[in-house]
Ligand binder design. Structure first.
Ligand code: CA
Ligand code: CA
Ligand code: CA
Length: 149
């Protein structure tokens, strides 16, 4: 497969979800852009709660404990955020601060596009090609997606 990598910004999406700006226009569009979430309960379903908690955990992993994203850090958010940070660190198995394709797979990551659930190894990109998530960097709010074009 001939791959090139796309750099995407990680943006807040609806319901505090963790959005990936696949079409690189710095806005979250639910039809073209993706949401990164984890099947936290391991039941094969990515629920709305999974999506919200995944977003919070990914931001906490990057050091952002403002769980409700209102721009203020409450006392409770400091405590819960640091717990979420510790929990999310188990996804980062080599402790480099990034989530690699392999780490995402082991953590049961899923990519949601236009209401459908895909594997992070194959999901539709806005240009009609198939993408796979190569790396997620929660500290710098960016990701790399490999395209099959
Ligand atoms: Ca976008
Ligand atoms: Ca807050
Ligand atoms: Ca890692």
């Amino acid at each position: 497969m001939n791959t090139n990598q796309i750099y995407t910004a990680n943006l807040p999406a609806a319901g505090r979800a963790y959005g990936l700006d696949l079409d690189a226009n710095l806005e979250f569009d639910p039809r073209h852009d993706a949401v990164l979430a984890f099947d936290l309960a391991g039941d094969g379903i990515v629920s709305e709660l999974d999506v919200e908690l995944s977003g919070q955990a990914l931001r906490a992993l990057g050091g952002d404990y403002d769980l409700d994203q209102d721009g203020q850090l409450s006392f409770d958010e400091g405590i819960i955020g640091s717990r979420m940070h510790s929990a999310a660190q188990s996804w980062d198995r080599d402790h480099d601060g990034l989530l690699s394709a392999e780490e995402l797979k082991r953590a049961r990551a899923r990519v949601l596009v236009d209401g459908r659930v895909y594997s992070p190894e194959a999901f539709p990109l806005p240009d009609g090609t198939t993408g796979s998530l190569a790396r997620v960097d929660p500290r710098y709010h960016c990701s790399w997606v490999a395209s099959d074009r």
